[in-house]
Ligand binder design. Structure first.
Ligand code: SF4
Length: 344
């Protein structure tokens, strides 16, 4: 582990050991990426669901300038002053960065990095929902494409969804597109405010797999463990596990913070596999058990294509990595995202 000890130590904690061959090729890519970032005036933003090797920040010897959840990345994207942002996440996130900082070049290392939730709804669907429910405000989870955001009243992330839903005076709200997150939210909102929530039927193909049977079998196997479940996990699994165990249903950041405050040593994680790696990297003395279900869309982003995107800046190949949100969609989608940030 010659040159970059901190990076490989962190990577070793977050993943299984890196062999010598992988080590040499990773070391070469890290060195080139860090050099190119300086030369081309670029920053790398990375989501917590990225492969562990891409999440590690520069200060720990890695390549990312900032690693965070959707809200953290959105806010950070607004303030980046570099000319180029390499977005290590999925396409709707890169679009959000473009909407918030439109003068910058946003590069996505793989344009196929989609999302089952984002593609479950379109702008036309929102227009039809509004026609069916006139005057009812529409809240869209940030996991939507720009043309959907352009039609809604406000966006939310898993971190601020409750606060945003509660900020409306109306006694009815439409929440799109995640049905399970909507049901989890609805049980709290309806209990606390009496508001009715109309839901869409989109699903996250990763979190929907954490069904009641799976979580129940983990709680039987690990009787001392606390439960960490994301808002996008089916409500039946959330309710049954939290009835018998201490734990939390919340956003990615809620989960990270909860572990920091808990005295428990063992946790059952009901969220994307690499969040387990992030947790292990942050809390080395604690144990995280998870069926390790990975998001195939997030995993299309690799160290290799991140390097390719950086190399392409200023060449004829740059075009194929550039995220474009045309007008008037960009200006219209900016309004609900900005409203969310102001309310957060
Ligand atoms: S984890 Fe789920 S919500 Fe997130 S990008 Fe993948 S499919 Fe979409």
């Amino acid at each position: 582990m010659k040159n970059n000890t901190k990076y490989f130590e962190q990577l070793g904690i977050m993943t299984s050991a890196v062999n010598e061959k992988q080590h040499d090729s990773l070391q070469a890519m890290i060195t080139e990426i860090r050099k190119l970032k300086k030369e081309k005036n670029a920053k790398i933003l990375s989501h917590y669901y990225m492969p562990a090797s891409i999440q590690i920040t520069e200060e720990l010897g890695g390549i990312a300038d900032f690693t965070g959840d959707s809200l953290g990345l959105s806010v950070n994207a607004m303030n980046v002053s570099a000319d180029h942002i390499i977005f290590c996440g999925v396409k709707f996130m890169a679009e959000t960065a473009k909407i918030l900082n439109s003068s910058k070049n946003i590069l996505l290392p793989d344009m196929h990095a989609g999302c089952s939730l984002a593609s479950s709804i379109t702008g036309k669907d929102v227009i039809e929902l509004k026609r069916q429910h006139p005057g009812v405000p529409v809240i869209a989870y940030i996991n939507t494409y720009a043309e959907t955001k352009a039609e809604v009243d406000v966006c939310c992330t898993s971190r601020n969804a409750l606060k945003i839903a509660k900020s409306f005076k109306e006694d009815k709200l439409i929440f799109v597109p995640d049905e399970f997150m909507g049901r989890n939210l609805r049980s709290v909102i309806t209990r606390e405010t009496g508001k009715e929530m109309i839901l869409w039927s989109g699903k996250c193909e990763v979190h929907e797999q954490f069904n009641k049977r799976m979580i129940d079998s983990y709680t039987l196997e690990y009787p001392e463990a606390e439960v960490l479940v994301h808002w996008e996990v089916p409500d039946e699994a959330v309710n049954s596990s939290l009835k018998i165990r201490k734990g939390i249903v919340g956003s990615t950041l809620d989960i990270l913070n909860y572990v920091g405050k808990s005295n428990a040593q063992q946790f059952i994680l009901g969220s994307e596999c690499d969040l387990g790696a992030t947790l292990k990297g942050m809390y080395r003395d604690k144990e995280f058990v998870t069926p390790c279900i990975s998001c195939p869309h997030m995993k299309t982003i690799t160290m290799e294509n991140t390097l390719e995107a950086l190399r392409a800046i200023g060449t004829a190949d740059e075009e194929k990595y550039l995220v474009d949100v045309p007008e008037p969609i960009l200006s219209r989608a900016y309004i609900p995202i900005k409203r969310m940030i102001d309310l957060s």
